[in-house]
Design a protein around this ligand. Structure first.
Ligand code: HGY
Ligand code: MN
Ligand code: MN
Length: 400
């Protein structure tokens, strides 16, 4: 049986790693994320799992047997000043679900592997879905050389954790995985509005992440007339508003500039350089959204006499999830008394990597309130326990 008390206690214990009393900042490939893996490793090993960490710092805990297995899990890292449920709840519920099957002495025909993906948020190095992208062999070349704000590279961060440093070594054969399941908080308001505790994901939006560097000309803020400027921040500001206008004008699309930095960054110097990020998502015609924004960037910079370079960080297509796994999750959620609606995920998830690698993949959403990527994010223990029970039912159907 699922133990809501244990789920709640473990959620609090996990939230204290990299957390303050208000928020969680457990960045990918950090010592805090490793401490979280160590805590989860202990829980899984105590239930008899063989536990290992791969070259990209993903944690895998395998229960029973050889051959094609069922993979279930989520991620343990967070955004800076994030909430305690994004990712973590999926790992906690996977641990709870497998414990329920082991305690009930369910005979597994297929192995079950619980996974805690490393650095899903990409908050430190800019590469989202990092661990699962490495495991499914989809990393872009040279990713190991990407650095954080302190100039530490992904390779160096992996070596600091005791790995060799090349995340591509983590690649595993998707054919050894019969199905992938992930439970995650919804991170939006639809289940809350519908008054429902669980949902099932039909598709995950396409996501494009990039870093744009605008090069203008630093100059004296007082002695440089307005017509003689190449102001990098003014150009970037026009692009930010263009991103908003374009995304607003397209169906099922969103566009965000979440990070921005100016150089030299002094009040009396015309900004010479401005670097900012693009996060562009759409449930359909994602390529059209990306194309429209990049065309706007080109138009604005040429009109202003500045230059732009675009560094692609990640591009994941719109990802439909597997209809047969959807049916399994439908039966599993109905069996806990919930008529779970089908929802498109506006958030990206590690599940996109197995799905895009041909692994039958499904996701359960748990109702969350207060938004997400913010300390306000919340999911009730009652809803989480219901989700864990549904996950256990789905695992039982797939693995026995
Ligand atoms: O950004 C996302 O959608 C996910 O939370 N990494
Ligand atoms: Mn997130
Ligand atoms: Mn997440």
């Amino acid at each position: 049986m699922i133990d809501p008390g244990r789920l709640e206690r473990r959620s609090s214990e996990l939230a204290r790693i990299g957390g303050t009393d208000t928020s969680v900042s457990r960045l990918g490939l950090s010592a805090d994320e490793q401490r979280a893996r160590d805590l989860v490793r202990g829980w899984l090993a105590a239930k008899g799992a063989q536990v290992r960490r791969d070259a990209a710092a993903n944690l895998f805990a395998r229960f029973h047997g050889e051959g094609q297995g069922i993979l279930v899990g989520s991620h343990l890292d967070s955004v800076p000043e994030g909430g305690r449920f994004d990712g973590a709840l999926g790992v906690l519920c996977a641990v709870e679900a497998i414990a329920a099957l082991v305690d009930a002495k369910i005979k597994l025909r297929r192995p079950i592997e619980v996974v805690a993906w490393a650095d899903e948020e990409g908050a430190r190095f800019g590469v989202g879905l990092f661990g699962s992208t490495a495991a499914f062999g989809r990393l872009a070349r040279g990713v190991g050389d990407r650095t954080d704000r302190d100039g530490i590279s992904i390779a160096e961060a992996l070596r600091a954790l005791g790995e060799q440093g090349d995340p591509a070594v983590a690649r595993r054969d998707p054919k050894e995985i019969a199905a992938y399941l992930e439970l995650h908080i919804e991170q939006g308001p639809r289940l809350e509005t519908a008054g429902l505790p669980l949902g099932i994901v039909s598709d995950i939006v396409g996501i494009y992440h990039a870093r744009v560097a605008i090069r203008g000309r630093a100059d004296h803020a007082g002695a440089t007339v307005m017509t003689a400027r190449a102001d990098a921040l003014a150009a970037a500001s026009e692009i930010v508003l263009a991103v908003e206008r374009i995304a607003r004008g397209r169906p099922d699309s969103v566009g965000t500039v979440g990070e921005i930095a100016v150089r030299p960054g002094a009040k009396n110097v015309v900004p010479g350089e401005c670097v900012f990020t693009l996060d562009l998502r759409a449930a359909r015609d994602h390529d059209g959204l990306v194309r429209d924004v990049l065309e706007a960037v080109t138009g604005i910079v040429s009109a202003r006499g500045v230059e732009a370079s675009v560094d692609d960080l990640a591009r994941v297509p719109v990802t439909p999830l597997d209809p047969k796994i959807r049916d399994v999750l439908k039966r599993a959620t109905t069996s806990v008394g919930v008529e779970a609606p089908l929802l498109v995920s506006g958030a990206g998830h590690d599940a996109q990597n197995p799905a895009l690698s041909g692994v039958p993949t499904g996701m359960i959403f748990v109702r969350s309130t207060g938004g997400s990527h913010t300390p306000r994010e919340f999911a009730s223990t009652e809803d989480a326990a219901l989700g864990a029970q549904a996950l256990a039912n789905a695992l039982k159907e797939l693995a026995t």
